[in-house]
Design a protein. Structure first.
Length: 166
């Protein structure tokens, strides 16, 4: 089945919230208001859908440019490092849709967005504690390299801060 990307719509938010919260601890838990704020802050809020059912998102990604009013410790670390980047705050593929290459479809969209915005780099983070080894392997295959590590959330989470040239 062919996968397509499209902009996130307001009516997608309940499905995206459920997907996000099913993916905890790989991503942090959100409520409706929190997800709405992140979508509003995003330069690109993208859903991945199957061609035969374009109304139903099966995954999504949220990405921000420098200058966003985002208090995330990780985003702030990247912003202090560079002024030319696209930051991937989260990329989530719903449980039943995993293993279909949809993460790559989302990243292809984001790489195109980063090039169009003339970003030099793309950044993201992946949990080391609690561990998310599958995501580390996936990002390594996409050419991301570890730039540093950081403790967040009062030391309860340790992340690998990843980057790659666009």
């Amino acid at each position: 089945m062919t996968a397509l990307t499209r902009a996130v719509r307001t009516d997608d938010l309940p499905a995206l919230l459920a997907m996000n919260n099913d993916a905890v601890p790989a991503v942090n838990h959100l409520d409706e208001e929190g997800l709405g704020k992140l979508v509003a802050l995003s330069h690109r809020a993208v859903a991945v859908v199957h061609e035969g059912d374009p109304a139903t998102p099966v995954g999504f990604a949220l990405a921000m440019l420098p200058g966003a009013a985002y208090a995330s410790e990780n985003y702030r670390w990247f912003e202090a490092r560079s002024g030319s980047f696209l930051y991937v705050d989260r990329i989530v593929v719903g449980g039943r849709a995993r293993g279909q290459g949809l993460g790559r479809v989302l990243y292809d969209d984001l790489f195109a967005v980063a090039r169009a915005a003339r970003c030099a780099e793309m950044f993201c983070e992946v949990n080391l504690e609690p561990p998310n080894p599958g995501s580390l392997v996936f990002h390594s295959r996409l050419g991301f390299e570890q730039l540093d590590t950081q403790q967040t959330k009062g030391g309860s989470v340790v992340v690998s801060l990843l980057g790659r040239a666009v």
